[in-house]
Design a protein around this ligand. Structure first.
Ligand code: PRX
Length: 644
């Protein structure tokens, strides 16, 4: 048995014995530990082996069978929880719907029947392109019920982004809505889905949910109204027990290349890990009213709106709209209306609401709140303090939760469900049980306390991705090649002398804009498809609310004449190609990009120019003139701005 000092954190100074012992056991006897957690769920067949680890591929609970929809709805509908609230839905316009667990159960069955009637089978891919309305979790669970694999595509994505994802995953079925409400406007989702279908002709059937009542084009034989399909649906569909490593979903996220990665999650390991971590982090109780403000199009929504909370039989709030619509106190209003006890959100949202001022909170009774959570990007101490003081009334724990699409479940966070640790504003604190996290240097050796290094995970964990859809080599190369034997998270971190982790953002070429993950390569490829652009490089600039914002450096084709109008056109082109989340803060024209002698674009230099920080070592540059060019045009730009 390893000595306690070999643990990744040393909490001598803190009285957290219970957490420390629990953690130590999870690392020393992982299979026994995770089997114990797995027994908290119901299985149709118990596993033969807890783990098959054939690095970098892990298969958890081998031989076990279960159904995620059964765990999230049937399990509760059989008990007193049938009359408990599952979902409080709040529409942007103030309309609301309350679904009990028995209603949710009935809806999931009926939607599953709709899918079966259309010919969806176990293992088929179903793409879901829906706003934040109850139909989204219901369709996710309906897919899980019949063993179909859902791919949720964020409803803010463009037709091209939708087509790329649908095409990559090979989905023949797409579910969308006529439109979505956003900031009082109606966004035409079905029209975007039609455009995407023209680009990705695999789609055979489109189910259309009526949300806004706006007119839509319906293609005979392909497009079907959900309401019509429900008229012939059965009220009961038997949940199909699937193998523990049967994929529950594929979710696309950005990596360092232009092609998004289809992260594949299992059913067994994913459910076990999420069920356990959710309890540890949120200390969920029967009477909790839990609100995760993320969109279900991201992993946070999958794990922390749908699968973990519903598996616990929790009451969740689902909000359709923008945080500041129709007024900037909309969130505080929702908290008061539903008596929210747990609020889980992002630093970007916190900073935005902080900007509007605490007078908006003072108008509402927020005393129901017991626990606060943050996810998606580093939270700066100032925003943390504001969240703690004004939203939590200085009485609530803040769980700063670090995890990723790939990890499936929360990995590093305070765990008040086990034992409270002293908080440090801006630190995600300690790894959760079963998570062997470490900070290492360039050579993969543990970095000394206080030194920045790469965050790695040294043991497989049940919630980990099965792989990348259709691309095992990329899975190996992206996560397991940089530090042999360890999963490379792509993040920089520091561990302090108490063992606390401080996340320092991405170490690779991935951007975090308002908590959304975007790849520089993906944006660059999109900019380069503009007819007047020869090539482009994209970097991030620090931003007071968004965390990071996008700055584009474009080299124009010879025939193009630089103008502000062209900058605007390029920005629009990008929004159209990827979606509004990819709106650049600035587009700059340069005559050439700074490159190394081997031809690699030196984004570090561009980043320094964009952020107005020292350029650093330029000795590897192919041609120093390009940097002079850049700084000159950038200086000019700043002067123009100052004048304006
Ligand atoms: O850089 C880290 C940041 O978000 C990345 C993962 O992004 P995504 O897969 O979109 O999932 C986000 C929601 C789980 C990480 O590599 N990140 C996530 N949580 C935190 C964070 N950075 C700092 N602190 C966090 N709590």
């Amino acid at each position: 048995m390893p000595a306690p000092s070999s643990l990744p954190f040393e909490t001598r100074v803190w009285p957290v014995k219970k957490l420390k012992d629990f953690y130590a056991r999870s690392i020393e006897q992982p299979e026994e530990f995770w089997a114990e957690q797995a027994h908290k769920l119901e299985w149709s067949r118990t596993w033969d082996r807890v783990l098959d680890w054939d690095p970098p591929f892990a298969r958890w609970f081998v031989g076990g069978k279960l159904n995620a929809s059964y765990l999230c709805v049937d399990r509760h509908a059989k008990t007193w929880r049938r009359s408990k609230v599952a979902i409080y839905f709040e529409g942007e316009a103030g309309d609301s719907r309350v679904l009990s667990y028995s209603t949710l159960h009935r809806e999931v069955n009926r939607f599953a029947s709709v899918l079966l009637n259309l010919g969806v089978k176990k293992g088929d891919s179903v793409a879901l392109y829906l706003p934040m309305i109850p139909e989204l979790p219901v369709f996710m669970l309906a897919c899980a019920r019949i063993g179909a694999v859902h791919t949720v595509i964020f409803s803010g994505f463009s037709a091209q982004a939708l087509a790329d994802r649908v095409g990559d995953v090979g989905a023949r079925f797409l579910v969308t809505a006529d439109g979505a409400f956003r900031r009082g406007k109606v966004i035409p989702l079905k029209a975007t889905a039609d455009e995407a279908t023209a680009l990705s002709p695999l789609i055979e059937k489109i189910i259309v949910v009526t949300r806004t009542g706006m007119p839509v084009n319906m293609t005979t034989g392909r497009d079907l109204r959900l309401d019509d399909l429900l008229a012939n649906a059965l009220d009961h569909v038997e949940p199909v027990p699937v193998e523990a490593d049967h994929p529950l979903y594929v979710l696309y996220t950005s990596g360092t290349t232009g092609k998004p990665k289809g992260v594949v999650h299992s059913t067994g390991g994913y459910m076990v890990h999420n069920y356990a971590a959710y309890q540890w982090v949120f200390n969920i109780r029967e009477e909790s009213v839990y609100w995760c403000t993320a969109d279900a199009g991201w992993v946070t929504g999958h794990s922390c709106i749908v699968y973990a909370p519903l598996a616990h039989g929790a009451a969740i709030v689902l909000y359709e709209g923008a945080p500041d619509f129709p007024a900037v106190d909309r969130w505080w209003d929702i908290i008061e209306k539903y008596g929210v006890t747990i609020l889980y959100t992002s630093p970007t949202a916190i900073k935005m609401l902080m900007g509007h001022g605490e007078q908006w909170l003072a108008r509402h009774d927020l005393s129901s709140i017991e626990l606060l959570g943050s996810v998606g990007e580093p939270i700066n101490p100032e925003a943390w303090q504001w969240f703690y003081k004004y939203v939590g009334g200085e009485r609530c724990t803040i769980v700063d939760t670090w995890w990723q699409t790939e990890t499936g479940a929360i990995m590093i966070s305070p765990a008040p469900g086990i034992e409270c640790v002293p908080m440090k504003p801006g630190s995600a604190t300690l790894p959760l049980p079963g998570v062997d996290a470490a900070v290492v240097d360039e050579a993969g050796r543990p970095a000394p306390p206080g030194q920045r290094g790469y965050l790695v995970l040294r043991k497989p964990w049940p919630g980990m991705l099965l792989g990348l859809y259709g691309d095992p080599q990329r899975y190996q190369a992206a996560y397991w090649s940089r530090f042999p034997g360890a999963y490379n998270t792509g993040d920089y971190a520091i561990q302090d002398s108490d063992g606390y982790f401080w996340m320092l953002g991405r170490a690779d070429e991935v951007l975090k804009v308002s908590g959304h993950r975007l790849s520089t390569a993906e944006i660059e490829a999109a900019v380069a498809t503009h007819p007047r652009v020869a090539e482009a490089a994209v970097v991030s600039r620090e931003h007071s609310t968004k965390g990071e914002s996008i700055v584009v450096f474009a080299v124009l084709r010879d025939s193009a004449i630089p103008s502000d109008r062209l900058k605007g056109e390029i920005a629009d082109h990008l929004r159209k190609a990827i979606g509004p989340i990819a709106s650049p803060d600035e587009v700059d024209f340069v005559t050439r990009l700074p490159r190394t002698r081997s031809g690699k674009v030196l984004r570090r230099v561009l980043k320094a120019v964009a952020n107005d920080t020292p350029l650093g070592d330029l000795s590897t540059l192919e041609d120093e003139a390009s940097v002079e060019d850049l700084t000159r045009s950038y200086r000019q730009l700043k002067q123009e701005r100052a004048k304006a």
